[in-house]
Design a protein around this ligand. Structure first.
Ligand code: FNR
Length: 347
């Protein structure tokens, strides 16, 4: 079957993101060192991995499969495999952007499969921040979604030849938050957030914020490979790294805001470090996709089993009975991150 232009774009994202993940990945979490306590006074049996993200949103594991795809035959296959693994390992899973279903009704099946394979799991539907209320309600009901992610991706859109050029999003975000009866998470797509962004979201009633920082999937690199008209290589280092964004969030956090991390997470220790820097939960996209595409389903299956065990054991090592307790763990910052924090008055 001939696929639409939108579907082709989704396929290009999938293959470029997976193929170049190792090349673009930078391990900024090396800049965070945790302080060891030889007397944790804790047993692994004491550790409970559940995380409460909102009154009506509880997830069984602190890390989850972050938003990636939908809208093509290839996306359907990837979503089916990811949803099967989410089901097996009790991981929450976010869908790729459902904005495509209003342009290409054939795309439906590639999202539907996520609920089909995981009837009782926690699913986050994903849409652009300029989605209408109708689009949001349709996406939520299609997936029986437990939360809605709204992505804010100005840098990515600007690089895409077919991208949006209008970034007036805040009022619409606030409207969707007020009208929907499930939690709304606002997320970046790998460029990170500053305390200014976070404060704007907070004043517009957003209480779940995924800072999705630089370090992993790099949409400047991906879109630049797709777009040969204008060279946006200057944006390859744009934005805040995930540790930087988490420190930014630290300084602006107040009230009932919960911070979620994603961007460049490639190990259970990264998940833990993100928790130490204040993340309530941690999304992983590019690394899981890369493993799935390069090494196959069984290898990702094995990695997910291992991550769950290791996260639990690391929590015990750090004397933490829950993921949220990590915010009490002491750490020191590497020179670059410390310099960033000082110049930004974050420490
Ligand atoms: C993404 N990401 C993404 N985010 C979003 O909110 N809606 C989307 O449709 C997509 N699409 C998408 C496709 C592919 C192939 C990848 C790899 C990623 C961004 C993703 O959710 C995450 O924010 C970033 O990728 C950073 O995390 P990683 O990839 O470094 O773990």
């Amino acid at each position: 079957m001939m696929e639409s232009r939108h579907a082709q774009r989704k396929n290009e994202h999938l293959s470029l993101a997976a193929k170049y993940y190792d090349q673009v990945h930078r391990h900024y979490f090396d800049q965070v060192r945790l302080i060891h306590d030889s007397l944790p006074e804790m047993s692994t049996d004491d550790v409970d991995l559940h995380v409460q993200l909102a009154d009506n949103l509880k997830i069984e594991n602190p890390f989850y499969i972050e938003a990636m795809t939908g809208g093509s035959e290839q996306a359907l296959k990837v979503n089916r495999q990811l949803a099967q693994l989410a089901h097996k390992h009790h991981l929450a899973m976010a869908t790729g952007s459902l904005s495509i279903i209003s342009k290409d009704p054939q795309a439906y099946a590639s999202f539907d499969v996520i609920r089909e394979e995981n009837p009782d799991g926690i699913i986050f539907a994903n849409l652009s921040a300029n989605a209408t209320l109708d689009q949001a309600q349709e996406a939520i009901s299609l997936l029986h979604a437990d939360a809605l992610e709204l992505h804010i991706n100005a840098a990515q859109e600007l690089i895409m030849p077919e991208g949006d050029r209008d970034f007036n999003w805040l009022d619409n975000i606030q409207y969707l938050v007020s009208e929907l009866d499930i939690p709304v998470i606002v997320k970046e797509v790998g460029f990170g957030m500053s305390k200014t962004t976070i404060a704007k979201l907070q004043t517009h009633d957003v209480h779940l914020i995924n800072v999705s920082g630089r370090g992993g999937t790099n949409f400047a690199a991906i879109e630049n490979r797709r777009n040969h008209d204008i060279d946006f290589a200057s944006l390859l280092d744009w934005g805040q790294t995930t540790p930087e964004a988490l420190l930014e969030a630290h300084s602006s956090r107040r009230g009932k805001t919960e911070i979620i991390a994603s961007g460049g997470i490639i190990s259970p220790l990264d998940v833990i470090k993100a928790g130490v820097l204040g993340a309530r939960a941690v999304g992983v996209a590019g690394y899981f996709l890369n493993v799935l595409q390069r090494d196959g389903y069984e290898r990702l299956d094995q990695i997910l089993s291992e991550w769950i065990v290791i996260v639990k054991r690391l929590l015990a090592l750090l004397g933490c009975a829950s993921f949220t307790d990590l915010s009490r763990v002491d750490y020191v910052l590497g020179t670059d991150l410390l310099s960033y924090a000082r110049q930004r008055h974050l420490r």
